[in-house]
Design a protein. Structure first.
Length: 145
């Protein structure tokens, strides 16, 4: 009986050792592999991400459904503000969730490829409650170009 118990014990010990070794190898593999951060696939998605970072707010292109919901005549090339960081440039300038950004520095807001060369202070033409307003936004450091 003892011999049989010793065989079972040694088998479980070997299995536990094999499992432990596998976990160590897996942990080393995960720890030593290079970290890869994926970026958005399209150039307009990357431009939108740069704009989000510069503003300290999240903006999305206005589609037909959103344009209708906001009472806009057409979606055009506008962007709607979907979130605002509490201490970011957009919040300091008075930008609010639901504001529709129509122009950035005199250019249509939806022309995202042109927003790559943002200045440190940009005037935003926004529509809020059916009225057009102009806000000057001091963009985040290092966000332009």
């Amino acid at each position: 009986m003892r011999a049989m118990a010793a065989k079972i014990h040694s088998r479980w010990g070997a299995a536990a050792l094999l499992l432990f070794g596998t976990l160590v190898v897996l942990a080393l593999f995960l720890a030593l592999r290079p970290l890869r951060v994926d970026s958005p696939a399209s150039s307009s998605a990357r431009a939108l991400l740069r704009l989000d970072t510069a503003l300290g707010a999240t903006v999305e292109p206005v589609d037909r459904a959103t344009a209708g919901m906001l009472g806009l005549k057409s979606s055009g090339r506008a962007l709607v503000v979907t979130s605002v960081a509490s201490n970011g440039p957009a919040a300091r300038a008075g930008l609010r969730v639901g504001d529709v950004i129509e122009r950035i520095g005199g250019r249509p807001a939806g022309d995202l490829h042109e927003t790559a060369d943002l200045a440190s202070v940009e005037p935003l033409s926004i529509r809020r409650g059916g009225k057009e307003t102009l806000l000057n936004v001091q963009l985040a450091e290092g966000s332009g170009g």
